[in-house]
Write a protein that binds this ligand. Structure first.
Ligand code: FAD
Length: 421
């Protein structure tokens, strides 16, 4: 039998993960092609550490995709996806290595959408002139330069614009008002320590703001309470319930709710918005996030799957959820092609937040919680061990081309949760 043609759109955490897992589960029963506009994976979670250490994240956090995929016989296409036709099972794309590429159409038997989202800085008035952020190497280097060469010692604001969640997965996932607040919490905590270490002030200069009633509500009330107590003891200012960001100016940030915040440096995270070509498709929710059941399969087009930030079920927008969802989608396709028994494949998505964030001074926080989704786990650990694990995870990921064994993940969790920080 000819192998089933599997197209994986996107080659970052969700896309690479699903392709590698599917190869592991289904071998030569599938012919996998990964499509991404860039030929490398960007290890986003470690960008803040690189910026504060004054290292260019492009030099240390980009992992080439073709050499990671080739040993498993997975093809890679460097192209910009522009259209998905789920009726005819085709995807339209334009090769991106040289400008002026022709339009190409690839057909599929199975499609996995792992394209992440648009990070909508273009919807924040004044961001181009006055804003800074940490979500990619361009902005990271811009902030790195500012911090290390231009920062005048003024007040700093760190926080998020309002997230507009779609209707998909509402029966499973509560509604979030910020897409992903681990990054602002991490940026604020590590920057406060960085200022202190350099005798340039400290946490008192930093205001952490959130559009929601509390920051990082998705980690559960106990963890939030402890994080806030820790931050407030250290001297951080805190401003919840700002609503959306109205505009950035030279002097600060104007919000939908409450007074403006004075700030020389404005580090903001935007709304995570679905790609325009996903909006209005019969596989998408009312905003353009891809609708799936708990196995990451689209209910209307069962040969279509989604994983990671593009999926409606991925809230908050977290690499950990991309990893978990990629595995679930791979199991389903392996089952469909007869490579995995139903009992092994039919696992339902169990959302949880699992993250490690830098706090500066070789310390980090470790959070493992499912309380926001109705569970009972709320673990917060801080110290050198979580920092070591965060840095080691990146090293392992690069050394094994993204194939970090479930065993190492379980080991990391055990070490973080049971050893003193
Ligand atoms: C500063 C920061 C720190 C973070 N820290 C953590 C953390 O500590 N832990 C954690 O779990 N999560 C963290 N996150 C969140 C995490 O980075 C994301 O959830 C994760 O990257 C999502 O993976 P993904 O593969 O779904 O999407 P993405 O990483 O966004 O990947 C999407 C891929 O699709 C490609 N693509 C997009 N559109 C097209 C197109 N039209 N054609 C072709 N290719 C396309 C892109 O090039 C990209 O490679 C952090 C995020 C930020 C911004």
């Amino acid at each position: 039998m000819a192998p089933a043609k599997v197209l994986v759109l996107g080659g970052n955490f969700a896309g690479l993960g699903v392709a590698q897992k599917l190869h592991e589960y289904a071998g030569d029963r599938v012919a996998i092609t990964v499509v991404d506009r860039k030929p490398y994976l960007l290890f986003v979670p470690n960008i803040p550490v690189e910026v504060l250490e004054n290292r260019d994240p492009a030099a240390s956090l980009e992992m080439p995709l073709p050499p990671a995929l080739a040993p498993d016989g997975i093809a890679f296409v460097e192209a910009e996806v522009t259209e998905i036709d789920v009726e005819h099972k085709t995807v339209t794309m334009v090769p991106t290595q040289r400008p002026g590429g022709e339009t190409v159409r690839l057909s599929y038997d199975y499609l996995v959408i792992a394209l992440g989202n648009r990070l909508a800085y273009d919807r924040i008035e004044g961001f181009g002139e006055w804003g800074h952020t940490l979500s990619d190497t361009y902005h990271a280097n811009r902030l790195r330069h500012y911090l290390h060469h231009e920062y005048r010692g003024g007040p700093i604001a760190v926080g998020s614009a309002r997230f507009h969640q779609g209707s998909g997965g509402r029966d499973v996932i509560p509604t979030a008002e910020a897409a992903c607040e681990g990054p602002p919490v991490e940026a604020a905590l590590s920057l406060g320590q960085w200022l202190e270490d350099r005798g340039r002030g400290g946490p008192r200069q930093i205001t952490l703001f959130t559009p929601a009633a509390v920051i990082a509500e998705d980690v559960g009330p106990e963890v939030v309470q402890r994080l806030l107590a820790m931050a407030q003891d250290a001297g951080y200012q805190y401003r919840p319930r700002t609503g959306d960001i109205v505009r950035l100016t030279a002097d600060g940030i104007e919000f939908e709710q409450g007074p403006s915040l004075e700030a020389e440096l404005k580090i903001v995270f935007p709304d995570w918005v679905p790609h325009p070509f996903l909006q209005g498709l019969p596989i998408s929710d009312d905003r353009g996030f891809i609708d799936t059941d708990l196995t990451m399969r689209n209910p209307r087009y069962p040969e279509v799957f989604a994983a990671g930030d593009a999926a409606a079920l991925a809230v908050p927008k977290l690499g950990w959820l991309a990893h978990v969802q990629g595995d679930l989608a791979a199991r389903q396709i392996a089952k469909d092609v007869g490579a995995m028994p139903r009992e092994e494949a039919d696992r339902a998505f169990q959302p949880s937040v699992f993250c490690m964030g830098d706090m500066g001074g070789n310390r980090a926080f470790y959070i493992h919680s499912d309380a926001w989704y109705g569970g009972h786990q709320q673990i917060l650990k801080t110290g050198r061990v979580p920092f070591l694990l965060k840095m080691q995870y990146k090293n392992l990921f690069f050394r094994h081309h993204g194939k970090v064994s479930p065993w190492s993940m379980q080991m990391a969790a055990m070490v973080a949760e049971h050893l003193p920080g």
